[in-house]
Ligand binder design. Structure first.
Ligand code: FAD
Length: 470
């Protein structure tokens, strides 16, 4: 399908200059894609999708002009940050224009524990600037070095730091977001506190996020720690208890089943053949106590290294959250993944999944704070009962039918799945406020041009083929 006319191309060229348009070649291909290929299902569905044109505005007024021109021409418009999403979120389904926001990257202010930034700012840059002033990001994905804050708010959910502060939806984490609408004369709309939730995690379907205010946490000096044992259950008990210790300030609590650690090539020398491992980012003031207790439980501390400040590699976070999947796929492309939330009966759920799918699932667990209400303000008051065991288990892919069997089994067993094998917003996570998101979309995108096809329950999609519309 061709949507971008010669007239629109020439208009955008006049607005941005030829050097800020990409009209073909490898760069067009790269900037049309994200990490959708993690999923064999999305790979089949999205491999042939690409933009017709990439536009790279440098500031708000240029972005406003690009949006007005695209609105007048009636073409699909897809915002893009760093393109590290893994659900095909920024892959355009119907061609059109992808708008690369990476040049809108200014840090506007960092005062009193609040960062005010443009949406294209990299999270790694914000983290470094915040740390220099005694603060740190409350939560960030494992792609934090490269990804943009706008991409995280519109495509991500949580990650490093979520054990203490929850994810982007947790009350208090987001102070405000400012959205640019896709209309004849694009307007700015500022949404504060809980009102901002209707614009979070909407895959670029509810306007262009241009400015963000988010609350920071007081900076902590962390140690990076890895514990190892051949005894999975012993490690699980210890990791779970550690995650629930509200008095130990942590940024990461992760557990991997062997042979997953063997996929982490740069760390291989620290691992023992056949042993499961836990990764911790822990307040340095607690390290001696935690190591002593772990060793008394029979675990070996095989890695202990301060996280440098300003942040410099090595980062153990490079192996956690969805980076684990990447290392596994590098070791064997047959691996894919699930994104799951387990119940209080997580031990039984693991056992049953192992019994039904022997050798097909490798457990990669991530602990997060579940009760967001505990985390208002800058005081951390973690409720041990609210901690949730989730994770991104690896799945040895056999066929789509088998993958669906695993998804059905999870459903039966009460394991929540944010399905990473679909590009539909509604199927990729929990959206209790989807009706608000839909209403907001109709206000900011009356022609249905923003990332069309991704919000499945939004009926107005002018690009859907007739038989799908019916
Ligand atoms: C190795 C790996 C590890 C990951 N780990 C995590 C993790 O720990 N936690 C997590 O939540 N995610 C994770 N992800 C997913 C992804 O990296 C993050 O969500 C990241 O924050 C996305 O940022 P980005 O700038 O790359 O966004 P993009 O991929 O460019 O965009 C994501 C979505 O947001 C939209 N968008 C981007 N910018 C804007 C804007 N300004 N306004 C409106 N819409 C916009 C896009 O259209 C798209 O739908 C991981 C992915 C990979 C590949």
């Amino acid at each position: 399908m061709t949507t971008v006319t010669a007239e629109l191309r020439s208009q955008l060229r006049d607005l941005l200059g030829q050097e800020n348009l990409v009209e073909g070649g490898d760069t067009l291909e790269t900037l049309s894609k994200d990490f959708y290929w993690y999923s064999p299902v999305l790979k089949r569905q999205l491999d042939d999708k690409r933009a017709e044109l990439i536009a790279r505005p440098a500031d708000l007024s240029a972005l406003r002009a690009v949006l007005a021109a695209c609105h007048a021409a009636g073409v699909p418009v897809v915002p893009r940050g760093a393109g590290t999403g893994n659900y095909g979120q920024c892959v355009p389904l119907y061609g059109g224009v992808v708008v690369d926001l990476s040049r809108l990257d200014r840090i506007l202010s960092l005062d009193d524990g609040v960062a005010r930034v443009e949406a294209g700012a990299r999270m790694g840059t914000i983290e470094a600037a915040a740390r220099a002033l005694g603060w740190e990001l409350r939560c960030m994905p494992s792609t934090w070095v490269k990804c943009t804050i706008g991409g995280f708010f519109c495509g991500g959910s949580g990650g490093i730091g979520s054990i203490t502060w929850g994810g982007i939806n947790a009350p208090g984490n987001v102070k405000s977001v400012t959205i640019l609408t896709c209309e004849a004369e694009p307007r700015l709309i500022r949404l504060e506190e809980a009102e901002a939730l209707k614009a979070l995690h909407t895959y670029g379907t509810t306007g262009f996020m241009v400015e963000i205010e988010m609350r920071l946490a007081p900076k902590v000096d962390y140690d990076q720690l890895i514990f190892s044992t051949p005894d999975w259950d012993r490690l699980l008990d210890w990791t779970d208890a550690t995650a629930r210790r509200g008095d130990w300030r942590k940024r990461l609590v992760t557990q991997f089943e062997w042979p997953t650690p063997s996929f982490f090539k740069p760390l291989k020398k620290y691992f023992r053949n056949g042993e499961h491992v836990s990764f911790l980012l822990l307040d340095r003031a607690r390290t001696d106590e935690v190591v002593r207790l772990a060793e008394a439980t029979g675990l070996a501390c095989v890695f202990r290294q301060p996280l440098s400040d300003p942040p410099k590699p090595p980062f153990i976070t490079d192996y956690t959250w969805n980076h684990t999947t990447l290392w596994a796929m590098n070791a064997d492309p047959a691996y894919t993944y699930l994104q799951s939330g387990f119940g209080r009966n997580f031990r039984e759920q693991f056992a049953e999944l192992r019994r039904r799918f022997p050798g097909e699932i490798l457990f990669h667990l991530e602990w997060t704070a579940g009760n967001a209400k505990m985390m208002r303000g800058n005081a951390v008051a973690q409720n041990p009962d609210s901690v949730v065991v989730g994770g991104i288990p690896l799945v040895y892919f056999k066929s789509e039918a088998r993958l669906n069997e695993i998804l059905r089994a999870c459903d039966e067993l009460g394991v929540f799945i944010a399905n990473p094998h679909t590009f539909y917003l509604e199927e990729g996570g929990r959206h209790p406020n989807i009706a608000d998101k839909r209403t907001f979309k109709s206000e900011v995108d009356p022609r249905g041009l923003l990332n069309p096809g991704k919000m499945k329950t939004y009926e107005h999609n002018p690009f859907a083929p007739a038989e799908v519309k019916a």
